[in-house]
Structure formats: C-alpha cells, structure tokens
Design a protein around this ligand. Structure first.
Ligand SMILES: [Zn+2]
Ligand SMILES: [Zn+2]
Length: 436
C-alpha cells in the first residue's frame, strides 16, 4: 500500500532531533524558572474573535495566515498563531491578572500559521514564551529583555543580536501614524500593492514590508522615536539605560514594528546572522491595554516568544547523547530472567539501559551494544549464573572485567560497581587499552 504523507508544512520531529528539541526546551524552562516564572498550558484552539481582537484585524497573521474553521455548532475557531493572546485570556479567566498582583507565566507548544514553508519556518512550529502581566515600569521591560538574552545564551545562540525600538503609545502614536501616512502618500507610486492598501488601514506595517522598493522608500520615512511623547521617551531612555548597565548588547532599529497591533512602547527582536533574510529567532514587547481589551482589568504587560525550530537552526551545533549507558546481554536462555531483572533494577536507578534478546552470539551482541553507543555491556551466561556474578565489558576501554557484579545486587550497587570499573579504566587515547 502507498505510504500516507503528512500535511505540507507540518513536520514530524523524530530522534535524534526530538531529543535536541526536548533538551533545548528543558534548558529554557530552567532559565524561566530561575526568573520565578510558572508554566501555563493553554489550548491550541481558541475562538477566532480572540485573535482578531488582540493581534489586530489588519495584520498579516489575521488576514492571511490563520487556520480558521467552523466548529459543528457554527462557532468560528482558530488554531493559535501565537501564545500571548491565549495566555492573557487564560490569566483573566483564572483570576491571575489582578491589580496589586503580578503574574509571571511561561508557555511552550505548537503554533500554527499558514505561511510559505521555508527553511526553519513551517506551518506548525513551536514557541517558548514568557509573559509578565501587571507591571508598567521600565525595569520590567529591561528585566524581560535580560531574560530574553539569557534564554538565547542558554539556547547556544550567542551570535544573535538584539534590536530594540519604542512604538509609542495611545498618546503619541496617532500623530506618528498621521506623519507616516502623509509620507507614504507622497511616495505612493513607489510602494507595492500591499503597502498601498496598508497605507490607509495600517500604515505602521509599511515599515516591515520586505519588498525592495518599499524598503528603499521607508529608509527615509519619519521615525517613531522622533515622535514619542515625554512619558514614552523617558520610559524608553530608562529601558536602554538599564540594559546598558546590565551589559546587554543591543542596537536601536526605528523600523522594528513587530507586525502585531497590541504592542506599545518597547519592542525587541533577536536576529541570528546565520539564518539569512528571515533571521529573527524571537521577539516581544510591551502590550499595555491588551488585558483590558480582552475583558480584564487595566493591567500592563510585557513578554516575548522564541521559535524553538529557529533556535535549533541558529544554535551552535549541539548533540544530545541518547545512547544507553548499559547494555545487558543474556547469553543463555536460562539467563533471560536474571537479565530482565538486572536491567529493570538499573533502570529504576535511573540508568539508561538496553536489554538484548537472548540467544545471540557474544560477538553479534557486542557489535550491537557498541553500535548503540553503550559504555558498558553486562554479560550473563551459564558460567555467570552459576557464580551469581556477571561479566562487565567496558566498551570504551575494550576490556572485560570477569565476574564482578552480583547478579542480584540492587540497581545502586550495580551502578557503584560500574563506576568503579570506569574509574579503573585508562583514559581514552592513553593507549594500552587492549587488555582483558
Ligand atoms: Zn510594500
Ligand atoms: Zn507616548
């Protein structure tokens, strides 16, 4: 029968990639916990209205990229294209977003956008993100960017560069929007068809158009940072002062707008030079007003998301050792039960253990143990059963230790024995390892 293919842009993550994936998530969880964030798990489907209300009706994501479908009762549902809207909705529902209280939440999981699949971008992709709800001070922005930088370091993406901008707020953005619209109208002939539409509906989006002609025009466009009100200016200056004091390297990019309507004031992004044109590995910003727009109290918020696939692509090549530490090999049918029990005790002691099938030759069993990357092979044959002790082969030192482990020893004692053998082995590459 013909094999069934998967869906375009939806990928399986198989070993050893899946192990690298999990290891990266684990490292980032560790960083987030050290900043006192708690995990929140939100569903992958939401009412479509949630994203239309938060991301903005005229954003590319809402207009073109969402997986939207009608449930059987006619409710319009959407597979989440990002995490912030869901987290804010859930925090409001659970009473976590309240005055006089700060919520620090992180999430991880798949997101869905119907983009053109390309290297490091698929339609189902994974993000890990953090949201700090209930703080409007510049220190909160700075601490969030420091956390973002620490996540990049933990992900092995030391070459990533952080860019920063301020998008202003409800007080100063309307005047900037008007200035940008006037500038765009003066250059309308040079803009792409998309940008001509954006001009009236969402002029900020002109700034992140990838078309060469638009980029050329927008290089001389009015800068948002020249239109900030005094409060936004002071806030941005303080964020930059704190980041510089914290030794976070960053540069300013007045064209960084992040493509979502909910951002105000601070916006930031991390760019990895080895990822080509679509080189952002993550980003975030402040979203004061979003909690209220979704029916919660008037609380500020700031957060970010990192793309797990993008981080893995941009990160220094890292491998996760998934080989078993021990391979237990029953050499005789009578040894099967003893080997099964021995393997189980090792596993209960946390040792990654492979159990071979019985009745193979020593040679083929050893070859397999070697291929699996096991450090030790434990052999249990008739002689070993009679003596009550197993033979251990140190596969790195290539030598046998005859009858050294009590077959019925507890897992911890077995492990102690293996450690003792490892300690007695000559260092790798020291020569003279052919003994035994
Ligand atoms: Zn354009
Ligand atoms: Zn302002």
């Amino acid at each position: 029968m013909k094999a069934l293919g998967g869906v375009k842009g939806f990928h399986d993550i198989v070993p050893p990639e899946s192990e690298r994936f999990t290891a990266l998530e684990d490292r980032l969880r560790g960083v987030l916990r050290s900043y006192n964030y708690d995990e929140i798990r939100v569903p992958i489907a939401e009412r479509t209205e949630l994203f239309a209300r938060s991301l903005g009706e005229t954003t590319d994501i809402v207009e073109k990229e969402m997986y939207t479908f009608d449930d059987r009762d006619g409710t319009s549902l959407t597979l989440r294209p990002e995490g912030t809207a869901s987290v804010v909705r859930a925090a409001i529902a659970a009473g976590l977003a309240q005055r006089e209280r700060v919520a620090k939440l992180y999430y991880t999981g798949p997101m869905f956008r119907r983009e053109r699949p390309q290297r490091g971008r698929s339609r189902q992709f994974h993000q890990i993100g953090a949201e700090l709800i209930g703080r409007d001070d510049a220190m909160a922005d700075a601490e969030t960017v420091v956390l973002f930088a620490d996540c990049l370091t933990a992900a092995g993406v030391s070459t990533a560069h952080i860019v920063l901008n301020s998008l202003g707020d409800a007080a100063c953005r309307p005047a900037y929007r008007a200035a940008l619209t006037a500038y765009g109208e003066a250059h309308v002939a040079e803009l792409c068809a998309n940008c001509r539409q954006r001009l009236t509906r969402n002029p900020l989006r002109l700034l992140d158009c990838k078309e060469e002609g638009c980029r050329r025009v927008m290089a001389d466009a009015p800068r948002v940072t020249d239109h900030l009100c005094d409060a936004c200016r002071a806030h941005f200056d303080e964020v930059k002062r704190l980041l510089a004091a914290a030794d976070i390297a960053f540069s300013e990019d007045p064209r960084l707008v992040r493509g979502l309507d909910y951002y105000v004031r601070t916006a930031f992004e991390a760019l990895a030079p080895n990822l080509g044109a679509q080189n952002a590995v993550g980003g975030g910003g402040r979203y004061d007003g979003l909690v209220e727009a979704l029916g919660g109290p008037p609380l500020a918020g700031v957060g970010f998301a990192l793309g797990v696939e993008r981080l893995l692509l941009a990160g220094e090549a890292s491998t996760v050792d998934t080989s078993p530490q021990v391979s237990v090999i029953p050499l005789a049918a009578a040894a099967t039960l003893a080997a099964l029990q021995m393997a189980r005790r090792l596993r209960l002691a946390g040792v990654r253990t492979e159990l071979e099938s019985s009745g193979r030759s020593v040679k083929s069993a050893m070859r397999r143990a070697d291929k699996l990357g096991a450090r030790f092979a434990i052999l249990v044959g008739d002689d070993e059963l009679a003596a009550g002790r197993a033979t251990v082969r140190d596969l790195r030192a290539q030598r046998d230790h005859r009858l050294v482990l009590a077959i019925d020893a507890a897992g911890a004692a077995l492990m102690d024995g293996l450690h003792a053998i490892a300690a007695s082995a000559p260092p790798v590459g020291a020569g003279g390892a052919a003994g035994g």
